[in-house]
Design a protein around this ligand. Structure first.
Ligand code: SF4
Ligand code: SF4
Ligand code: SF4
Length: 305
């Protein structure tokens, strides 16, 4: 079994999550050889006959697109690993700024930048937008998470290498969360720094924007368990993926309205910075943008001009 891990527009955190499996990785490499992974080893090109290739990161520039097409051609099974690959992830947020602003920020304004402030001309050109890998090539399996959680990879990787199938949970984060719904009175949306949430009751009911109901689970609701609202890093729930008329923003408006008896129009007024609070991990996904009531199209137009 020959395995490869390709890196596109991402932070390499998904590959580090694989390395974080520590000793368990030895069981995987006893059965399979890692033949290509720019983060782990010094091999410049993927070989021709890969059995399973994992691709991490979104597609943001020409080089990402070429690499994606090459690894697709050279592998029997292609797995999108991590939310950037599955839905564009945080790389998609680059669509909220113009290319000029991004390059100026990276090469002129960042403190670590070169002092000459010259924007290089020999970097791969940006595509007109960010893409999830499945928007451009056929993907056999999707493994979400930013990065995918250790417990999940521990279950998944040995099974894939052994060629076994797995029965996996399809539930949302809320289904994995054991917080109780308390009384909801005088609900107003709070920013995360505004107070310390009570540890027993639902965070959304307390006014904190928790995306658990619209987010795919398999993380054991790890953020709410640590008193932090879910910000949606596992991508949309199956419910949202399956139904063309369901969208993250619309479903959150409905949920809060049902919970609080506030009219949906009132709830909409409370939500702020929808691009970063609702679509931070999915704005680069055509599947999510193409939903008829998605806010993504307007957000991109508004912010990038
Ligand atoms: S999904 Fe998260 S951890 Fe993985 S490459 Fe993207 S930003 Fe990094
Ligand atoms: S909204 Fe958040 S806190 Fe409430 S049940 Fe769902 S995951 Fe738990
Ligand atoms: S609770 Fe939400 S933000 Fe936290 S790990 Fe799970 S999906 Fe990601």
């Amino acid at each position: 079994m020959k395995i490869a891990i390709e890196e596109l527009a991402g932070c390499s955190g998904c590959t580090i999550a694989v390395l974080d499996l520590h000793e368990m990785l030895l069981d995987v490499v006893a059965e399979a050889e890692i033949v290509y992974s720019p983060v782990i080893m010094d091999v410049k090109e993927p070989p021709e006959d890969i059995d399973i290739a994992f691709v991490t990161g979104a597609v943001r520039n020409e080089e990402n697109r070429e690499r994606l097409e090459k690894i697709r051609k050279r592998s029997k099974t292609l797995v999108a690993l991590g939310t950037c690959a599955c839905y564009g992830g945080v790389s998609g947020l680059s669509m909220l700024s113009s290319n000029e602003d991004i390059f100026s920020c990276v090469y002129r304004e960042a403190e670590t930048t070169k002092p000459d402030g010259v924007i290089p001309t020999d970097v791969p050109p940006f595509l007109y937008r960010a893409f999830a890998v499945g928007d451009l090539v056929k993907i056999d399996y999707y493994v979400t998470g930013c990065p995918p959680k250790e417990a999940f990879l521990k279950e998944l990787l040995p099974a894939m290498v052994a060629g076994n199938t797995l029965e996996l949970s399809r539930k949302s984060v809320c289904s994995e969360c054991d917080r109780k719904m308390g009384q909801v009175e005088n609900w107003t949306l709070k920013r995360r720094h505004e107070g310390i949430p009570d540890r027993e009751h639902c965070l959304l009911g307390q006014g904190y924007l928790c995306l658990g109901s619209v987010t795919f689970g398999r993380c054991g609701a790890s953020c709410p368990k640590n008193n932090v609202p879910c910000h949606g890093c596992n991508g949309p729930s199956l419910d949202i993926l399956r139904e063309p008329c369901r969208d993250i923003y619309g479903m959150m408006v409905r949920r809060v309205s049902d919970l609080t008896d506030k009219p949906q129009k009132e709830v909409e007024k409370e939500f702020y910075d929808v691009a970063h609070t609702m679509y931070a991990f999915t704005i680069g996904s055509l599947i999510m943008e193409d939903k008829e009531n998605s806010k993504i199209r307007d957000l991109i137009k508004e912010r990038s001009g």
